[in-house]
Design a protein around this ligand. Structure first.
Ligand code: RAM
Length: 353
């Protein structure tokens, strides 16, 4: 017997998932032997494994796209059930109680985007002792506390592309600021560290001065206010990098109706569907991102390979991530998903996420 999840549209799906979270171990399962692509010969036929995704926070449109890919990957990889649980805000310890509940429920694979690399460690350690495999994605946990980390793009590359974009957009000189997510987020801090290093060491950027780093906590209202505050505190600001989809959208919204529209540059990491109006109205020239759905998709297959023992997270391990093909585990248990794309007025209409 093969168990499949119900699948609905993106918004409905997430709402459904939250409801499932409330129902804890009562996973969305429906008996259906015919809808699997291989008629029941998939790994699911041999087991009843459960996978749970714990994103940084639930109310984030980026997370919705990542989880759409995760849901698809979980089905194709043959998990008997999958669910999403998680906090509504991305504070450091907000995920601990969710991890503990998964340990209690005997979940086989926990996929987590860590709000803080260390705050989740004890709970993840307990989950592992109980037999769970831990896949970090998007934002890494301390490597001692997980089996693999599925990274969207090489972290340094993410930083360099944003530094290059802002330098181009401000004509190579002037004051810039960074508007980040939460202050503890592993992914944000790694990208910011590489940006700072690049600004300090690349002679092309010698006339660019980073004057502020602020945190919108991946909260739309706070990000909007931080953008406003930046302009008040730094009247000579020429550009803002926001390496978070929530931050860049809120900053764009602020700039678009302000006197700074078209004068203060804004780049970073954004969802094309959220950024489209701001590219079209001239607030934003270019920004970057990868395909978020692929992140969740690869994470699900990595989880399956871990539970089957075909990988352990060691350097050189390989596994097949469905339609995305073979993936290799690199040093430190790192799996890279794909290259970033730069979006602008010419290409943005080709993307729908
Ligand atoms: C936000 C989150 C996430 C990050 C993206 C780019 O939605 O901070 O962790 O990867 O932006």
């Amino acid at each position: 017997m093969m168990l499949n999840r119900k699948s609905t549209g993106q918004t409905g799906r997430l709402a459904g998932m939250v409801a499932v979270a409330a129902a804890a171990a009562l996973a969305l399962t429906a008996c259906n032997g015919a809808s699997g692509s291989d008629g029941g010969t998939s790994p699911a036929a041999a087991g009843d494994q459960k996978i749970t995704f714990i994103p940084k926070q639930l109310n984030n449109p980026y997370t919705d796209v990542v989880l759409g890919g995760g849901e698809k990957g979980a089905t194709e990889a043959g998990f008997a059930s999958s669910q999403v649980v998680g906090p509504l805000e991305a504070s450091a310890s907000s995920q601990v109680s969710f991890i503990n509940a998964e340990t209690q429920a005997g979940t086989n694979v926990i996929v987590i985007a860590a709000n803080d690399p260390d705050a989740v460690c004890t709970a993840l350690g307990e989950a592992r002792s109980a037999g769970a495999k831990i896949v970090a994605f998007d934002s890494d946990a301390n490597p001692d506390c997980r089996d693999v980390f599925i990274s969207q793009v090489v972290a340094k590359e993410v930083a360099l592309i944003q530094t290059k974009l802002i330098a181009e957009q401000i004509g190579g000189s002037g004051e810039i600021a960074i508007l980040s997510a939460t202050a503890n987020a592993t992914n944000q801090n790694e990208w910011i560290k590489f940006m700072e290093e690049e600004l300090a060491s690349n002679p092309e950027y010698k006339d660019i001065k980073l004057v502020a780093k602020v945190y919108g906590d991946d909260n739309d209202t706070k990000s909007f206010q931080e953008a406003q505050g930046l302009m008040q505190a730094h009247p000579n600001l020429k550009g803002i990098i926001s390496p978070t989809t929530v931050g860049i959208a809120a900053t764009a919204r602020y700039l678009s109706t302000s006197e700074y529209k078209g004068k203060v540059a804004l780049t970073g990491l954004g969802l094309p569907n959220e950024m489209r109006p701001f590219v079209k109205d001239g607030t934003v020239k270019e920004f970057a991102l990868w395909d978020p759905a692929q992140l969740g998709y690869v994470a699900a297959f990595a989880g399956k390979a871990l539970t089957e023992g075909t990988i352990t997270g060691a350097e050189g391990d390989t596994f097949t991530a469905g339609e995305l093909g073979e993936r290799k585990v690199e040093k430190g248990g790192l799996v890279i998903v794909g290259p970033p794309t730069v979006f602008n007025a010419e290409n943005i209409d080709k993307y729908d996420f």
